[in-house]
Design a protein around this ligand. Sequence first.
Ligand code: GLN
Ligand code: ZN
Length: 765
Amino acid sequence: MIQKMASHIVGYPRMGPKRELKFALESFWDKKSSAEDLQKVAADLRSSIWKQMSDAGIKYIPSNTFSYYDQVLDATSMLGAVPPRYGWNGGEIGFDTYFSMARGNASVPAMEMTKWFDTNYHFIVPELGPDVNFSYASHKAVDEYKEAKALGVNTVPVLIGPVSYLLLSKPAKGVEKTFSLLSLLPKILPIYKEVISELKAAGASWIQFDEPTLVLDLDSHKLQAFTAAYDYLESTLSGLNVLIETYFADLTAEAYKTLIGLKGVTAYGLDLVRGAQTLDLVKSNFPKGKYLFAGVVDGRNIWANDLAASFSTLKELEAVVGKENLVVSTSCSLLHTAVDLVNETKLDDEIKSWLAFAAQKVVEVNALAKALAGQKDEAFFSANAAAQASRKSSPRVTNEAVQKAAAALKGSDHRRATNVSARLDAQQKKLNLPILPTTTIGSFPQTLELRRVRREFKANKISEDDYIKAIKEEIKKVVDLQEELDIDVLVHGEPERNDMVEYFGEQLSGFAFTVNGWVQSYGSRCVKPPIIYGDVSRPKPMTVFWSSTAQSMTARPMKGMLTGPVTILNWSFVRNDQPRFETCYQIALAIKDEVEDLEKAGINVIQIDEAALREGLPLRKSEHAFYLKWAVHSFRITNCGVQDTTQIHTHMCYSNFNDIIHSIIDMDADVITIENSRSDEKLLSVFREGVKYGAGIGPGVYDIHSPRIPSTEEIADRINKMLAVLETNILWVNPDCGLKTRKYAEVKPALNNMVAAAKLLRTQL
Ligand code: GLN
Ligand code: ZN
């Protein structure tokens, strides 16, 4: 029997080391396998995860962090908070109702999904109103606890805390403006009581409530809700050890005070990777006799822990909270990192030695706990120290020239020499575009054939010549189609790209790619972020060949198409040995070189996508200004060197940018195209309220996420609405986003109607 040290894991990825759950889910959804097949895959995954943690020596092993879709949807099911449109008639919620809420069904669309804090994980937003009849409708938490127990593992069942659940919800339709979600607290707490009682009866001795909303900017009313909730639960919780888990940022002093004052709570889980100030709060005041679950192993990244540094932090903490009361933990659930390094067959040993995925992080947590207990595994620690040292000194990490160039940017500013209206005049002379110019966002449909060509080229199954020929043909098709449709500013269609970040990462130095480093994004969907491990530079032009090839096929302006530095940064695993902004500046310099090479090659319009600029916004308002400053600066660096006559476009995939509109203006692009399809009003209201916008702007005139083909009248109508708010001479006409997920049968008529609408309005202006 292994002696268990004081170690804890907040949560674990569900997908499996080779995305087993994804494939099982999709096969079940396609009716190719049965519910039992799916349940079997899920049970096997759970048992192997529990066994793995148990074998590693972890003492506090979580259960109920598995999910068939999303843990917030699981909580919605537990509370029986099914919106009436899904026709649920009570009883235990089964796959039918559950997956209808998650994905919609033939007659009802899915519930809304939104980003889980500042991660790339998306959860299903609970919809709550005054009429919800809560009932205990999913026993999943108890079932999973019992399942683990039967396997010999006494787990810590994890529930989303009641206050975070409500704060992450949205008011149901019809009561949006008037309803206070927190008023539902007295209605959901009795259900929590039932669940807790059952868990106790089943033998649980610990319970974990995830209350990550405690790290947000909360007013005192919201903080009081935590106090009230745990006051209410106190009697039911008695006899249990209760862990309140927080993560993703520092706690404010007030939130910390609230947390350590909660009744019935015996342990606090804190993110010490992102929470440097939290450490000070703990040092200045920690309640006697309580446990600290110290999150020192980063759950958001893929880097091996610096064990020596963590060990010394833990030693300091031990002196504050007492030897018996310190538990080593992860900073947050490991859901947000890749699963297992063992399956990385293509990374070389040096890079591999710098990394730790979820499975390796479990081992790190335990090694630290053992070390605290006086049983330091010297060999493990010294191997770790050697890897840390090699990462610091490796010539692959450091590029002096890049370091120098990036350092020189600090404190400086980069802007184009001329103001935007003068530039637009100069560009118009050269481009000679009609009013309401039409364009698209970049990608055209990615056919199966196209994917096959790329795959076979990558696998060396077809020659470079054949590959180039095939891609050229595709570009020609896309160019001809756009000319036929009479679009004004063309794109090449991005047939050579698999993914807008990966494509650039693969050509830049300082990036590495995994084969199995998948992270759940939502439901069965996963992303495989590149790893930025070193100083970033551009060995040679990345897009010039394709863009100039495309330009040579047409007399119309062809847009060069690049991904911006902030988006590349936000969609990658980034270095933790230098600040994010430094890495971003390095990428910006590489993209700047590309922009200038495109210009030299005769490309007069260049789009630099910043699809993920807004999603990088920090959780806490106090940090927004700093982020926006360096993010916007990075974007400007990319194009500050071009001539007035070169038109710089940018594109963003969201319409809720009202709060950052001044930063967007400060990006100083000549033209911005933005998603708008789902909320015209919201976007246009900014301009109605008097924000001055002098650059070109193309709010999407139709939704590319849907196969629906918009009519000419409908599009014209929307353009008219925009014209009521925006100057005629700055408005562009374009879809919402790239067309790569659509079919040609949808794209052709939709674009045809779009151009017709623009032409119709031109005659009326
Ligand atoms: N240029 C990219 C495309 O059209 C933009 C994608 C995005 O905004 N997510 O596919
Ligand atoms: Zn987009």
